[in-house]
Design a protein around this ligand. Structure first.
Ligand code: AKG
Length: 253
C-alpha cells in the first residue's frame, strides 16, 4: 500500500511527522466546523459526558460518537491512506478527540512521546500514529503543537533538556497552519502543546491509530451502536471488530 509520495515518505521517515496542507476542502472544513460546534454544545450541556473540562483544555472525548462526519474523517482519503502506510495494514483506532484550547491559556501538555509501553521492545517499530485536523487557523502564538524532528528515533533513555516552557526546547518545529491543514506523527516522536497567547481558540480534531491487537484508551471503546453500523472492512477494523490477532486489511480494502 503506497499512498505517500517518495518526498512525503522520506520526510516522514527522517522527521517522524508529516504535514498535509489543504487536507480538508473549504466545504469539508465548513461541515466539520459546524459538526464540531454541535458536538461541543451537546457536550457542554451535559457535564456527565466524558472529556477534560480544564481551563486550558476543553476536550470533547470521542467525537465519533456525536456525528458520523467524524467517523468519516477517521478515514479521510487525503490523510488515512498515508497514516495506514505509516502504521501498517492492521491499523485500528485507539482514541479520538476534539481539542479546544481557549485563548490566553497555558500549555496543557509538556514534551513527551505517546509510546512507551511496558513489556515491548520497540525502538524501531511504529506503534502509534496520531493525526490532527486543524479546524481553526493556528497562528504562531495560538497554541500550536511542537515536534522535535527525528526524535522518533531517539533511544528510550534519551535525556531531553528540562524546559519550563515548551518553546524553549532547542530544534523544535511549530504546527502553526491555516484551518484545513492536517498533520500526523509517529507516536515515538516527542511533541508538546504550547501556550495559546492569541485571542482565538485553537480547535483541532485528533485521531490516534495503533495496531489491531492494541486496546483503545479507556473511555474510547466504540459504542455498540457504531459497531453495529460498521459494514466496510476498513470501518470494522478501525472500530476493533475482528480477531485480536491476525486481523489486517488487504491492499484492495
Ligand atoms: O494539543 C497538542 O497540540 C498536543 C497534544 C498532545 O500532546 C497529545 O495528543 O499527546
Amino acid at each position: 500500500m503506497r499512498a505517500m509520495t517518495d518526498k512525503q515518505r522520506l520526510f516522514y521517515q527522517a522527521n517522524g511527522y508529516l504535514i498535509i496542507p489543504d487536507a480538508l476542502s473549504p466545504d469539508e472544513l465548513e461541515a466539520a466546523r459546524e459538526a464540531a460546534a454541535r458536538a461541543e454544545s451537546t457536550w457542554r450541556a451535559d457535564p456527565s459526558r466524558p472529556g477534560s473540562r480544564r481551563e486550558n483544555l476543553q476536550q470533547v472525548q470521542a467525537p465519533i460518537e456525536y456525528d458520523d462526519l467524524f467517523l468519516n474523517l477517521m478515514e479521510h482519503p487525503k490523510v488515512f491512506p498515508l497514516v495506514r502506510q505509516a502504521l501498517g495494514p492492521d491499523i485500528s483506532m485507539i482514541d479520538n478527540d476534539l481539542f479546544i484550547s481557549p485563548p490566553h491559556t497555558r500549555s496543557h501538555s509538556p514534551w513527551h512521546p505517546d509510546v512507551g509501553m511496558n513489556g515491548v521492545y520497540h525502538p524501531r517499530s511504529t506503534i502509534m500514529v496520531k493525526a490532527f485536523f486543524l479546524l481553526s487557523d493556528v497562528p504562531e502564538d495560538g497554541g500550536p503543537t511542537l515536534f522535535l524532528p527525528g526524535s522518533h528515533r531517539f533511544d528510550s533513555d534519551v535525556a531531553l533538556p528540562q524546559v519550563e516552557n515548551p518553546n524553549d526546547m532547542p530544534g523544535h518545529v511549530r504546527m502553526a497552519f491555516p484551518a484545513g491543514t492536517a498533520y500526523f506523527f509517529n507516536g515515538r516522536c516527542f511533541h508538546a502543546a504550547t501556550d495559546n497567547d492569541s485571542d482565538v481558540e485553537r480547535r483541532a480534531l485528533i485521531y490516534n491509530y495503533g495496531h489491531f491487537w492494541m486496546k483503545p484508551w479507556s473511555g474510547y471503546e466504540p459504542s455498540q451502536r457504531l459497531r453495529d453500523a460498521a459494514t466496510t472492512p476498513v470501518r470494522r477494523q478501525l472500530l476493533g471488530i475482528g480477531d485480536a490477532y491476525g486481523t489486517a486489511l488487504s491492499d484492495n480494502e
